[in-house]
Design a binder for this molecule. Sequence first.
Ligand code: 9PG
Length: 647
Amino acid sequence: MGPALPAVQLSGGSWWRPQRLEPDGDSWTCRRAPEGLVLDLRTPAASRSTERSAVVEVRLRNEGPRPVGVERVDILACSHLKVGEDPRRWRTYRNGYQSWAGTRTLGAYESDADVPTRIARLSVTDLRHPSPRDTGAVRSDAVSAVVEPVSGDAIALALTAEPEAFGFVELRAPQGAVEELAVWVDLDGTDLAPGASTPWFGVRVTTRSGQGAGWDALRAVVADVGEDHAARSTVRAHPTGWCSWYYYFAKVTQADVEENLAVLAEDGRDGPTYRCEYVMVDDGHQSAIGDWLDTDRADFPDGMAALAERIRDAGFDAGIWWAPFLVDPRSRIAGEHPEWLVRGANGKPIVGILNPVWSATRPMRVLDTTNPAVLEHIEGVARTVGSEWGYSIQKLDFLYAAALPGVRHDPAATRAQALRRGLEAIRRGAGEEAFLLGCGCPLGPAVGVVDAMRIGADVTPYWSNPIDRLGGRGWHGLATRNAVVNTCTRSVFDGLWWLNDPDCLMVRDTDTKLTRDEVRVLATAIGMTDGMVVISDRLTRLSDQSRKMIDTTFTLGGGRLEVPDLFERARPELIVSRRTDCVEVGVLNMSDRERHVVVDLARRGIDAADGEVEEVWTGSPIPVRSGMAEVGTMPPHSARVLRIPHT
Ligand code: 9PG
């Protein structure tokens, strides 16, 4: 990297670019007249990281007499970046904004494109900052890495203060001509009061070289940031469960849950067939979005506490879904507290989502999590659901809503801080012991609060559909394909920021358009990346062949994971798990065409003797000759898993 100085954009758009920083003890400082703004920069030792790591931190102080509005702070911005020999070969990791946003690597000749409509964008990507569309331009949320494959050189960068302000790594290198690398945080135009100072906003940088350098570099910076924020649940095993959503959707009833509970009870907790530990009642139990403590008595006649008790009596942990920051405008809560809603500059409540499952015409509204009364309310709901009703697992959905642009009670709070305050209120209410699963959540601000995080789009009973391809650009829509992509591309976060939830395993062969091959792709990705295995079928209707797939899924993974082609293509097709007894190689055909596949094991550092290895799904033999596995013809959307004994 060449000279890289920080910069500040003030509300109104003007830039302050200090040309020189004065040494001041252990840090550097620069003052700007006439506002009295002070910029401090320091480079604390990258204590936990290896040699080739650095941390740069910047903060702003206001020593002037008046509040100063700040738009963004560039921690570093430079026009020189050297990674390997030829930037035309670079691929750059583009992390998505929230759980459901597509995440992939992009090449120097490719371009990104955001979801086309504002109404769809608000519930998937960052409404304030649509993706750049120019060739070779990438803006990644919270973390990124650049890899040059021939030299094997890699650099990874991660923002350190995501709970305080959303941060971005932005690279412009059209066709390999490097124009700019900027690492910046979004202050949303918030006011910095006289005498006030921002937190330190930092970036962790590390470099690696050789095989797997991009993967290793990403994991290293993600690990350090996870430690910075005391990430939770990183040492426990991934829980397994059953979830009502992907068979019953919003029509779920108490009777449906009980029907499945009966099957699970027969198998027992962690039983031989389902290995189930928890039972999740997803969306559908509430009388209205926002009125979480008012149960829909027509469908759940005995109430939610009684149902939790039955789940627990059967030996399972009880889980419940809610969307803490959304309210239906017709809900009791919205009627009683119109002052609790986030509003736009025009004074009208902002749109939290237009979700056809709830209403095709009536948008949901958003609670203002910078209002202490709202926080108290949310904390109370989490406490009741957890302690009184007995649900030890809470799936917290549509969390992005708390961070939508809008006018809030506390004008000094950034969007990230608003979200963080909401999440912390839920943790206070639910208690330290509760297992909190984030969903639809901007990633960074949740580290250290949630135990698990959905890291991709919803799985669907189809591979992809026109709504995904047009409305979601084939990356961001609800689709099993997109869930699989993120399960691979976001596996770098697993166990470092939380436990990854790749979304549910749907194995049924009725009520689905997924082919058996497509189900195997899903099961391979979930099993091999060690995600939470959560079944979401009607268990009384499962065939033997479907139950067998659950069983096989549980045999996968458990080793040292790597996605070796993460920086070779947008949709990874290789998953490697190095176990004590063998090396497993997952081979996916994510394309829409049949392919003849040969896997170069030697190139991936996998030793295999000449002969045959077992394909796990079919038991059929795969020939290996001189370090190459001859997988053969693979149909579109299909998976193979090679189990390679140690030589
Ligand atoms: C319950 C579901 C399930 C699921 C969640 C989430 O953009 N949308 O309209 C949209 C609707 C639903 C959705 C995601 C996006 O799914 O991921 O697991 O809990 O809510 O409503």
